[in-house]
Design a protein around this ligand. Sequence first.
Ligand SMILES: [Zn+2]
Ligand SMILES: [Zn+2]
Length: 216
Amino acid sequence: MAPNARLDHRNPLVFDTHELGRRPGALQRLSRTIDAPKDLGLVGVVGVPEGAPVELDLRLESVMEGVLVTGTARAQAEGECVRCLEPLRLDVEAEFQEMFSYPDADDRGRPKAEPADDAEEDEDRLFIEDGLFDLEPVLRDAVVLALPMQPVCQDDCPGLCSECGARLADDPDHHHDAVDIRWAALQGLAGSLEDGEKDEMSGADAEAGVDEKQEK
Ligand SMILES: [Zn+2]
Ligand SMILES: [Zn+2]
């Protein structure tokens, strides 16, 4: 989020703290279902499709420095199994807690010591602007953390046959009588390793080696 971008109260991920007020200890609970923003998740791996419902439950707590936001987001993510490439859906429940500081909070409780530390912290700090805060960066980080980096359709997904690409879960007895082919493949691998050693010694051989590998 650009620090000076004006927040739009019509954005469903922008929340208003006016009702909460600035009296420390004040609490407010909010529930809201929003349409997922673009690219919510691990792009290209698994994520919540744009526009899909995301249920948000938030607890806003007024503290001296700003508003402490604690919450949960629930949604359904889509992706594909990293082993068998079948489409999959999974329920995501992401929890988060974040402090949104009042822009004037710096000048109050914070001594001006340790400028280096402050500079580092400031990059990650989120602020309340005109009584509003933008939950989107917090939601993004929480959803990414809650998603599996390597989603699988089932824990024991056997993946695809390395020779013909068949989905092994559909055909557990699937096999090929391919002993000879495997030996040939191993011999080919040994050959290319030797080429690799030569590559380091001479440029001409290196080019030949590359050509040979591309043909395979
Ligand atoms: Zn799978
Ligand atoms: Zn096969």
